[in-house]
Ligand binder design. Structure first.
Ligand SMILES: [Zn+2]
Length: 129
């Protein structure tokens, strides 16, 4: 993996952790999730085994692992790294995506009518355009 790929992977994994953390903290994988978060907060990046750990945890808790997705269709959490947006097609409204305010992760969240934007679970602050 080159440096750019590694940085990209880190941003995707951070995005997944950001989106999944509230779910993981409420599960029996809480301690493991806190370890990953603390490692990220201490070093600014996730440890080598983070991808496997996140995949394993999300499978155990029943959260779809969305990091690899490049489709424009938001899933139950959101889709980190979705294609460049806003999306619009004739006759349908613009779909607005919000991003993590810190720029350290690739998280995006589709604005939903009546739903308050989530906050970054890693560093705090509401997601914004
Ligand atoms: Zn975030």
């Amino acid at each position: 993996m080159g440096l750019d790929e590694r940085a990209d992977e880190q941003r995707k994994l951070a995005a997944f952790l950001c989106a999944a953390l509230p779910h993981l903290l409420g599960s029996d994988r809480r301690e493991e999730a806190e370890r990953l978060r603390n490692a990220f907060l201490a070093t600014g990046s996730l440890p080598e085994n983070a991808r496997d750990a996140l995949m394993e945890m999300s499978a155990a808790v029943g959260i779809p692992f969305l990091v690899e997705s490049h489709r424009g269709v938001p899933g139950p959490l959101d889709i980190p790294g979705a294609q460049a947006l806003p999306l619009a097609s004739p006759g349908s409204p613009v779909i607005e995506f919000l991003r993590c305010p810190h720029g350290t992760c690739a998280r995006r969240w589709r604005r939903r009518p009546g739903a308050a934007p989530p906050s970054c679970a890693l560093l705090g602050g509401a997601l914004r355009t």
